[in-house]
Design a protein around this ligand. Structure first.
Ligand code: C5P
Ligand code: C5P
Ligand code: ZN
Length: 477
């Protein structure tokens, strides 16, 4: 493993020592995490690891870390706060508002420049690509493993987090994630196989699994039930077999081969780059402790279930699932998964009937969904628009949506091809936010911001200025 990894483990060791010392004075450890799949997995890992050590823990997940939350935390009694899967963007503000608390940060977002005294372990500071090689849940897991080797069984949740952040976008996990995967396999909690990377491959009829697969996005099939049924018919693969629906596992070797080839060709026909099209086949992760034929058995479906909870105001339910609850709240989580998928299906139809609202700004595409698409899923919808390849040539996309508090949520998404050309959306969101008095950041490929209503076009001008520079610098070598 790379030198940076050893150093990062050393950093985690030091952070763990300081954390234990801070906990000696008694009191509750307050854990704050993000409310998406990665954040909820991270929260579950930390909560369980700290509980195992006998520490009283209170875990909460939030949509976005904003300064007001730090102000709220400052008022609370607990002396120890652990931020996980967030925090990198607000270190200076933590110094200001939480000066009388012991604060610890485990994050994988790109840190902002400038000195501060907050103890943070972040892969980017060790030369490790936090956008692709380790997630927030991965950082939480490595911290838990530092506390005790007994926590190695929590590695399955770290895989759910990585898959939730699409760090398996190439069809397999790499770098630090690969190390964590090895721990999960050794602990007997995960099985890795090569298969078609379809959503719900063990729980849904094949035609449905095709329809629900959006990573990678299959233009012409993703989101369209009738197209998927016709596609299977054309391939001579029966939609129903022996009185029930055909599942992926029911396919003969020959049928599976036909399906795989046809899917790759379909994507290439729609200008999906061949390596991305081929990533439809890759590693799939089975969580061996979860019940067979349930969504939690497959890492991708587990992650979507968590996103369903987080993005529809049921963070607590998602957190309960990652902490281990499998009764009433789990039933609620299953409902949220259904609701999430159906909400997204409506968003896809919204996009198809509002294509004229997607504008070409020159450097980026952009659209404003107003209050028609919830700010919670605007990022997912932006990814979908970009990955569906309905827009050509390929450019990053910036989407705006109204927040409940009247401000504007921005989500930006890029492609791997653009990253290779120098695109860094996290930096662009940060730059443009600073210019208009907002807050923004994230990863190179996926980032976001919060700005005041009315400033969208000015913000966009700065985004384009910065991205224009990024892509030009690279082309000039
Ligand atoms: O805050 P966090 O790091 O957990 O979120 C990363 C976000 O970026 C996720 O919502 C994930 O779906 C998104 N992403 C994406 N495309 C990628 C990689 C990540 O939309 N290729
Ligand atoms: O919300 P969305 O999925 O578009 O966020 C993409 C990425 O940008 C996430 O990793 C999120 O944590 C980050 N982000 C941020 N600051 C914001 C909004 C989003 O760092 N104000
Ligand atoms: Zn994350």
């Amino acid at each position: 493993m790379a030198e940076g990894f050893k150093e990062m483990l050393q950093g985690l060791e030091e952070l763990a020592q300081a954390f234990k010392e801070a906990m000696e004075t008694g009191g509750v450890a307050r854990v704050i995490t993000h409310n998406d799949a990665d954040g909820l997995s991270a929260g579950g890992i930390i909560h369980r690891a700290l509980t195992r050590e006998g520490y009283p823990v209170h875990t909460r997940s939030i949509k976005q870390l904003e300064e007001e939350i730090l102000v709220e935390l400052a008022e609370e009694g607990s002396g120890v706060v652990v931020f996980v899967d967030l925090g990198s963007g607000l270190l200076r503000e933590m110094e200001e508002h939480l000066s009388d608390k012991r604060v610890f940060v485990l994050d994988h977002h790109q840190p902002k420049e400038g000195e501060n005294s907050i103890p943070m372990v972040n892969p980017h500071l060790y030369g490790i690509d936090g956008s692709r090689e380790v997630s927030g849940a991965g950082m939480a897991y490595l911290f838990a493993r530092t506390l005790s080797d007994d926590n190695k069984d929590l590695a399955d949740l770290a895989i759910v987090g990585a898959v939730g952040d699409i760090q398996d976008g190439d069809g397999k996990l790499k770098g630090v994630n690969k190390e964590i995967l090895q721990d999960a396999v050794n602990a007997g909690v995960i099985r890795v196989e090569k298969d078609l990377r379809l959503f719900g491959r063990q729980t849904r009829p094949l035609y449905k699994a095709l329809e629900l697969t959006t990573e990678p996005f299959i233009p012409g099939l993703s989101g369209s039930e009738s197209a998927c049924i016709q596609f299977l018919r054309d391939l001579d693969i029966p939609v129903k077999k022996n009185g029930g629906y055909t599942m992926l596992a029911d396919l003969s070797k020959d049928e599976r081969k036909r399906l795989t080839t046809a899917l790759i060709l379909k994507m290439i026909e729609h200008r999906v780059p061949p390596p991305l099209a081929e990533s439809i086949v890759g590693d799939v992760y089975t969580l061996l402790r979860e019940e067979k034929r349930t969504p939690l058995r497959d890492a991708k479906e587990y992650a979507t279930l968590l996103n369903g909870c987080g993005k529809h105001e049921s963070n607590g339910v998602g957190l309960a699932v990652t902490i281990g609850e499998r009764s009433k709240l789990y039933q609620k989580a299953l409902e949220m998964l259904k609701e999430h998928k159906s909400y997204l299906a409506n968003c896809y139809s919204w996009v198809s009937s509002n294509l004229d609202r997607i504008k070409d700004g020159g450097v980026v595409y952009y659209f404003h969904a107003g209050d028609e698409i919830s700010e919670n899923v605007i990022g997912t919808v932006a990814s979908m628009v970009l990955n569906s390849r309905i827009l050509s040539p390929i450019k990053p996309i910036v989407a705006f949506s109204e927040r409940e508090d009247g401000a504007i949520k921005v989500s930006a998404r890029g492609t791997r091809e653009l990253i290779e050309l120098g695109l860094n959306l996290g930096k662009a969101m940060h730059y443009a936010s600073e210019k208009v008095g907002g807050e923004g950041g994230g990863h190179d490929i996926a980032a976001g911001a919060k700005i005041e209503k009315g400033l969208e076009m000015e913000f966009l001008k700065y985004v384009q200025e910065e991205i224009g520079r990024q892509l030009k610098d690279e082309s000039q070598g």
